[in-house]
Ligand binder design. Structure first.
Ligand code: HEC
Ligand code: HEC
Length: 446
């Protein structure tokens, strides 16, 4: 009898231990198979979105592919009911429908291959949202701009907007609280595989990188009750473990090893103090560089109001479960940008928090940066510039014509617009072009 009791107790203890250990494998499954937001659109909206394209006279032939191309989505590298990565079949109030998920922004492709955790740099979230909602018979207008320029989004403002409709305990409010929306931060999406090196996350390093609740902010669909968050928290702990297990894709083209090892020397002298060292025993200093020193566009660092930070810090999101990683976590405004790790940097163009530098070459030579440019928004080998390391671009001599349709205007990156400056980060300016090319060769190996 006593032995049975001990065995049972032992087993119960085993079970708790297992349940409490986060699992990357479970996290992957949860991320790729669960819909954490109820459906906002019907399947019909997906089928009819083309009616808003360019006059909408005829449905395009290969519709799935045309849909991906039109909005900048990528084929899902996992079973997804024939929907592109980032859209997902889910239950809605009126039966099966479609919602968007983390991967609409955090699923990208490079050299024609899709990756979970690579930022989506082709997305036009504005067009996607407007067309799907209009195809549904709903209002096409969004409450504020979701995307000013293709490949970036106003994800930060979306989080502010969604939180403004909730009480600190996440119950829905009847009337929104004003947390100030600055929809001109033009955020590029960071690669998830850097998370494991980071002590603080987000571009300004404003949050503890081990906070589980922070990464649940995109569950704030008005269709989710407060209870949904608590319920999904263990799944998100596993999802975090999965994000921490991701590795960058390897550079697929030839590398000149001799040139790369020359580049390594320059890198360690000029760049490592901020970006760390790589190889067998990597180091990463987790430094946040003040705006005066980094000089890149300030809008993102200044775009989340003090009111928002205060409200956020009172909310459920800032109160991690005791004993979990980020116990005493509070969001902080930093007035600077975190120097990111550079693993897999070849795959994550365009660069800087606002995607304003199309290639690494442009990061390292501030005088060569284009003022107004566009690109194909394709992600195959033809679109890739293997010399400068990043996207091939076409430099333009004037801003987009007012008469162009909005979706075409958003394909043009005009660095004179708010949030889109490509100034600053002049640390590569003093290098010769030979040194710069050597550093680029070295960066291909990370
Ligand atoms: C609308 C696009 C969008 C969606 C949807 C989205 N994210 Fe993000 N995510 C971003 C952007 C942009 C950033 C950078 C934010 C910043 O600092 O300005 C980011 C940052 C992050 C980071 C921090 C990365 C780092 O290194 O700093 C994590 C982790 C993350 N997101 C997880 C998630 C998860 C999990 C989901 C789904 C529940 C999600 N995101 C949904 C756009 C999005
Ligand atoms: C004083 C610190 C500092 C030094 C020195 C420095 N960087 Fe940076 N670097 C940063 C910061 C901060 C950012 C992010 C800026 C932003 O997003 O606005 C950045 C961004 C980058 C990016 C773009 C990353 C991305 O994912 O968008 C690359 C590439 C880069 N640096 C390479 C280099 C190289 C190569 C050197 C050496 C020649 C160097 N940096 C020197 C601080 C530094």
């Amino acid at each position: 009898m006593r032995w049975i009791a001990i065995m049972l107790l032992g087993c119960a203890w085993c079970g708790t231990l297992l349940a409490e250990e986060p699992s990357a494998e479970r996290g992957k499954k949860a991320l790729l198979e669960t819909s954490f937001n109820p459906a906002v659109w019907t399947q019909t909206a997906y089928k009819n979105a083309w009616k808003r394209w360019d006059g909408g006279k005829e449905a395009p032939e290969d519709y799935a592919k045309a849909f991906e191309e039109h909005y900048g989505l990528h084929p899902a590298p996992f079973p997804n009911n024939e929907l592109p990565m980032g859209l997902r079949q889910s239950q809605g109030l009126l039966g099966k429908g479609i919602s968007s998920d983390c991967l609409v922004c955090h699923g990208g492709s490079i050299m024609g291959k899709s990756y979970v955790g690579l930022g989506n740099t082709a997305l036009d979230f504005q067009a996607l949202w407007e067309d799907m909602s209009a195809a549904e018979g709903g209002p096409a207008k969004t409450p504020f701009t979701f995307c000013n320029v293709r490949g970036t989004s106003e994800a930060g403002s979306m989080a502010v907007y969604l939180l403004s409709h909730r009480e600190p305990n996440l119950n829905l409010r009847l009337k929104a609280v004003d947390l100030e929306i600055h929809a001109d931060m033009c955020e590029d999406v960071p690669a998830w595989w850097h998370l494991k090196k980071k002590r603080t996350m987000y571009y300004d390093g404003g949050a503890d990188a081990r906070s589980v609740r922070s990464i649940m902010q995109f569950m704030m669909s008005p269709l989710n009750p407060a209870s949904a968050f608590e319920k999904s928290e263990p799944a998100f702990r596993d999802i975090q473990a999965y994000l921490l297990s991701l590795e960058p894709p390897k550079y697929p083209l030839p590398v000149d090893d001799k040139l790369a090892s020359k580049g390594l020397e320059t890198f360690e002298q000029t760049c490592s103090r901020c970006h760390g060292t790589y190889g067998k025993k990597p180091t990463y200093p987790n430094r946040i560089i003040p705006l005066e020193e980094i000089g890149t566009d300030p809008k993102r660092a200044q775009g989340l109001s003090e009111k928002f930070s205060k409200y956020y810090n009172q909310s459920w999101f800032a109160k991690e479960k005791p004993g979990w990683y980020a116990d005493e976590y509070t969001a902080k405004a930093s007035e600077g940008y975190q120097a990111p790790p550079l693993d897999g940097i070849w795959a994550t163009a365009p660069y800087f928090h606002n995607g304003s530098a199309p290639t690494v070459y442009h990061v390292l030579n501030s005088k060569a940066r284009p003022k107004i440019f566009t690109r194909s928004y394709h992600t195959d080998r033809d679109a890739y510039d293997a010399e400068k390391l990043g996207w091939k671009i076409q430099v333009l001599d004037k801003p987009p014509d007012e008469k162009l349709p909005d979706i075409e205007k958003r394909k043009i990156y005009d660095t004179s617009q708010p949030g889109r400056a490509n100034t600053g980060h002049t640390f590569g300016d003093k290098l010769s072009d030979d040194e710069r090319m050597a550093v680029i060769e070295y960066l291909k190996t990370l």
